[in-house]
Ligand binder design. Structure first.
Ligand code: NAP
Length: 295
């Protein structure tokens, strides 16, 4: 059994990006600039955005955090997004979700310039992904592809079962694993909460990608020998015996499933750290595209 080590791989990627940024600086070029908009004071969102800003600093990017109060109206947020769209200094930006309930999330994501949409959530980019065109692949699915690629996991002709159909993980993952190319060329089954006899489906899978947010959902008796397991789930389970008051767990019963798996991602330390690395990669891509467009 081989652990797909997201912590190590994400560090490798960040080191590669650092080298590229250093070369940009040495050539007197503008370095990538990522902005993050956060509305309100949600603790988890502030932690996520803080990690993104720190990651930018680590690789030598410019970063800007735009903080707006919980009472921000949709119009005010849309005005801020227009400013970021129009600002030539900003290569890419993200709007941290969830947004307060007075704001229509879909409307906000639609307002982001697709050329700066480094989260890959705009319908234009999602459509381009589905059509195998160059785009910004959403960071978590992009991170999974990168892990499969760097560990040389064979996906061609394999049966991939994706559990969960969210727009940010399960749905794009199902499209990407079925596309022509590598990683891809899989035969994909997309499952969700209405899927019947899920064990019958998972027990035929060569690769299983779990993205549901149900701790320990995938059990050893649901998988066959040598299966490849990608566990996207991140759930905070309350635990008073720990200093933080909780521990983090995935959707897979790691202890027992890992005994049957050929490759498996741990939680934490698997898909999670890859997400920020791939956001940085998308921001670098945005900078390179803007530079090419301005030549
Ligand atoms: P989500 O929007 O919460 O959707 C969950 C999906 O799981 C839905 O499609 C739901 O089906 C399906 N589902 C729920 N219970 C099920 C069951 N018993 N059997 C089969 N399918 C079931 O999901 P998400 O935003 O993709 O997040 C999923 C997990 O990944 C969470 O733990 C989240 O924290 C984690 N996550 C991690 C990262 C990262 O590592 N960086 C990034 C994003 C998310 P229906 O569609 O029928 O409701």
């Amino acid at each position: 059994m081989i652990i797909l080590d997201g912590k190590k791989t994400s560090n490798d990627i960040k080191n590669e990006i650092t080298d590229t940024v250093q070369a940009m600086k040495d050539n007197g070029e503008k370095v990538p600039h990522l902005a993050a908009v956060i509305v309100g004071n949600d603790g988890a969102s502030l932690t996520y955005v803080g990690s993104k800003v720190r990651a930018c600093e680590r690789v030598g990017f410019e970063s800007t955090m735009v903080r707006m109060p919980n009472t921000t109206s949709e119009t005010e947020l849309l005005k801020e997004i227009k400013k970021l769209n129009d600002n030539p200094e900003i290569d890419g930006f993200i709007v941290q979700l969830p947004l307060p309930k007075q704001i229509d999330t879909q409307k906000v994501l639609m307002a982001v310039d697709p050329d700066k949409d480094v989260d890959g959530f705009h319908p234009t980019n999602f459509g381009r992904m589905a059509l195998d065109m160059s785009t910004f692949i959403p960071a978590t699915p992009f991170g999974i592809l990168e892990l499969l690629d760097r560990y040389g996991v064979d996906t061609q002709g394999k049966h991939t079962v994706v559990i969960g159909r969210s727009h940010i993980v399960g749905r794009p993952m199902s499209i990407l694993m079925g596309r022509k190319g590598f990683p891809g060329n899989s035969t994909v089954t997309l499952t969700h909460s209405h899927t019947k006899n899920i064990t019958q489906i998972t027990s035929q899978a060569d690769i299983i990608i779990t993205a549901l947010g149900v701790p320990g959902f995938l059990k050893a008796e649901m998988v066959k020998d040598d299966v490849v397991i990608i566990d996207v789930g991140i759930t905070r389970v309350p635990d008073d015996s720990r200093e933080r008051g909780y521990y983090i767990t995935g959707d897979v019963d790691f202890e027992n499933v890992s005994k049957k798996a050929s490759y498996i991602t741990p939680v934490p330390g698997g898909v999670g750290p890859m997400t920020i690395a791939m956001l940085l990669k998308n921001t670098l891509l945005a900078r390179e595209r803007h530079r090419a467009a301005n030549r």
